[in-house]
Design a binder for this molecule. Structure first.
Ligand code: ADP
Ligand code: MG
Length: 337
């Protein structure tokens, strides 16, 4: 059996050859009783994030694109692979995608975990390449395509041509940093302490990167948050507006825009011309933020579209590789074993 794995900082997806995406769960591990109990992983662990009692600690092993917790990352990948394979430990070929920037040691740990979970051979696929393939871009053609994958922990920008990455940049911030920016704004400007989950809810409810003219409904929307008052800890509720939250997220948004601009500036002129002609494609959950495509379009003067199912592009890209394993393997895949 061949499987593709998108090991994201926020979500992990598994693609099984002939079946499609069979698993899509948050990359979260909750360790119980100081590590003595079996950890809860994925969907089971998500609920405990930010509201764990002292005996439980929930962590995100892939936070910010690097493996923050080695052992937890191994447990997580083993658990997901076994779940997807439903206990059938057949000898499997795997295509694994990870954020660029993981160190060789971290990579080794993940490859080993994949092997322990049944991976006979493990191949590595660049995340931007996977995103572009999953978004349906013509990666093999001699024409420049730009893909911007905005995940939880990292933003990957790449220009691809003839099956290879020509120019790329990796930024260690994405959706998570937008949440942190919201949390900090509400703490500093409104004196309210809120948790990570609440900040995420605010972003999904009223967040935007740019005033969206054709979405008046969003502009007038407000949202009520509950938290603790900064000074005296009293539970308090506040009303937030879309404009206020847009301002709060300004910094991370502009960092993403600047990374797109500098990648364009670095890429060979012919390929930049192709990108200008054909546009930029956004993938990853962060691309769903209203107005982000418009913001990038206005900064670059290039048309920007969001891929069809942005949260699934990387997994679908690994899927393309496992479906046509032998024809693509020598071109875009790096054997890890
Ligand atoms: P990763 O590949 O790092 O696991 P994903 O591509 O799964 O990341 O995207 C997760 C990120 O997308 C999270 O930060 C989440 O808050 C963000 N996200 C998901 N849906 C939306 C949305 N509708 N608007 C804004 N951000 C979103
Ligand atoms: Mg991703």
């Amino acid at each position: 059996m061949d499987i593709g794995i998108d090991l994201g900082t926020a979500n992990t997806l598994l693609y099984v050859r002939g079946k499609g995406i069979v698993l899509n769960e948050p990359s979260v591990v909750a360790v119980r009783d100081g590590g003595r109990g079996a950890p809860a992983i994925g969907d089971e662990a998500r609920e405990s994030l930010g509201r764990t009692p002292d005996s439980v600690s929930a962590l995100r092993p892939m936070r910010e694109g690097v493996i923050g917790d080695y052992e937890a990352a191994r447990e997580m990948i083993r658990y997901f692979v076994r779940k997807a394979l439903k206990g059938r430990r057949t000898r499997t070929r795997m295509v694994v995608c990870m954020p660029t920037g993981v160190t060789p040691v971290e990579l080794r740990a993940i490859v080993q975990a994949a092997q322990e979970a049944g991976g006979r051979t493990v191949h590595l696929l660049d995340e931007s390449m996977a995103a572009a393939m999953g978004a349906g871009l013509p990666v093999d053609e001699p024409r420049g395509s730009m893909v911007v994958d905005i995940g939880g922990g990292t933003t990957e920008v790449a220009v691809i041509s003839m099956g290879g990455i020509v120019t790329s940049r990796s930024l260690r911030l994405a959706g998570d940093r937008m949440n942190t920016a919201i949390t900090e704004h509400i703490r500093e400007e409104r004196s309210l302490l809120i948790g990570e989950r609440t900040a995420e809810e605010v972003k999904l409810e009223i967040g935007s990167a740019w005033p969206v003219p054709d979405d008046q409904a969003l502009e007038s929307r407000t949202c009520t948050v509950r938290g603790r008052e900064k000074i005296n800890g009293v539970p308090t509720a506040l009303i937030l507006t879309a404009a206020e939250i847009r301002e709060a997220m300004h910094e991370p948004i502009e960092a993403i825009v600047a990374t797109v601009q500098s990648t364009l500036a670095e890429c060979p002129p012919e390929l930049a011309a192709d990108v200008m002609k054909h546009g930029i494609v956004l993938t990853g959950g962060g691309s769903l933020l209203p107005g982000l495509a418009q913001r990038i379009a206005s900064a670059t003067g290039i048309g920007v579209t969001v891929a069809g199912t942005p949260l699934e592009c990387v997994a679908l890209g690994t899927g393309k590789c496992v479906e046509e394993f032998d024809s693509v393997s020598t071109k875009v895949l790096t054997p890890a074993t």
